[in-house]
Design a protein around this ligand. Sequence first.
Ligand code: AMP
Length: 538
Amino acid sequence: MPVPGNMMSLPLLISSILTHAVTNNPNQLIVTALGNGSIHRYRYADFATRTRKLAVGLQANNIQPGDRVGTLAWNTHRHLEIYYATAGIGVICHTINPRLHLDQIAFIINDAQDTVVFFDQHFSELVEQLIPLCPAVQQWVVLQEPDNACHEGRPNYAQWLQHDYAQFTWPQFDENTASGLCYTSGTTGNPKGALYAHRSTVLHAYASCHPDALGISRKNTVMPLVPMFHVNAWGLPYSALMSGAKIVMPGADLSGAALYQLCESEGVTLSAGVPSVWQGLVDHAQTNGLSFSTLDRAVIGGSACPPAMITALARMGVSVRHAWGMTEVSPLGTVCTLLPEQESFDDTEKLHILASQGRPLFGAQFSIMDENGQALPHDGKTTGNLMIRGNWVIERYYGHDETALENGWFHTGDVASIDANGYMRITDRSKDVIKSGGEWISSIDIENIALEHTDVLSAACIARADKKWGERPILIIMKKPATTPTAEGILALYKDRVAKWMVPDDVYFIDNMPMTATGKLQKTTLRTMFFEPREQSA
Ligand code: AMP
């Protein structure tokens, strides 16, 4: 008969990350770019003190465990303080994506029933529009200091840090208590909330520090480009503190020039973000003939990382770790690194592997299934609906009673293959798949080839209805400034690379690629722009 183990069972709480960080690395730095070249710099010890002050400030303002506190903020030290102070006392930190449509933001705040919203001055205008739409919010607090900074007579952050914290200690509670809330971007229908727990967050942070995942250590200087307002900046606010790494917060300016400057001046070794932000940084470095003196590792995810970006960064001495994740998965599920036996492969083979979404973190399990929920083989060829389960995967959406699972698995909405070593390769979002003459065409593969063209900035492959074939692939291109790529030149890249029937039928050029609030191609908009009006009028 099994017997219980005899080991301690301390709850996995976010406050334990902070306590560990300040006890063991009190002098490590957290640096924030405040804009206009101004830099804020303080130690973990100072961060911990202010976080405790804020925790007392939250309690003094009658914020109760379980309440939701909203944030509309860039990656800054203040945002980090809110992350830890709220969760530390059992309050839920609700990060809000300011890039969403006004109505969606209001919906999210009302759905979450935020009692207080902390906002960067940068979002003042947005907040003025939100106030009448969100009557339940009791306080809108501008993230400004010192005491006399004010915004339309609203309280400022300094007023929340004035309390006596000498007697304060972090409370202990159940590790399954909710810690954070983030809504999906909701391209169809209203956004839905993923409610993270202390346990899921701490386990996710542990797993992401693994050498074959993000590999974060005390030696790293970590710059999260991925916003703290979307899926906890991929857990970096937790994993970096857990590891004792130096943290560099880029603030509001995510331009290639600003990020390059910050990277160099602060000695950033590891950074993480979506391909569109990395593109700005790579372009800036290439255009100005610059290289990186300290940057060693680029974690790229959120949408498929084009192989051309892996190659461009490799030329600058930066190795790419392609990662896959989603809001409902906290977000990390897989990260791509080579196996030792693959190190001797030729460059083309290695690039092919590195462009896959990689292998599961311990704590996340994957399966691909057909439409009837039957598991498909992990042979690296068969594609199916990507399903996930694990310690930091959603079970149900916030405020929903029904489970979000199908037979214990979460349906990601992605279509992928998995090989015998666990390498997962996304071919499409299921709603974006292209089926031509009964065969699937991976829009990601088609886009990646177009992105090899030196004049192409962004590429989207979408399906056009076709009487004969059902659907045909069409390519939409946004070119780089001051270049004149031609459709023929782009299509020539497909010769001998893919089967003839996979080559796009048409290439359209567009001035601005529609992007979602989380930096992904907005293919629904493209389909409406290019096809639906015509199809309707036909
Ligand atoms: P979100 O919840 O907004 O972060 O979006 C999650 C979705 O982004 C996933 O279901 C994928 O469709 C997409 N995604 C994330 N990472 C990748 C990646 N590395 N390659 C391709 N798609 C990705």
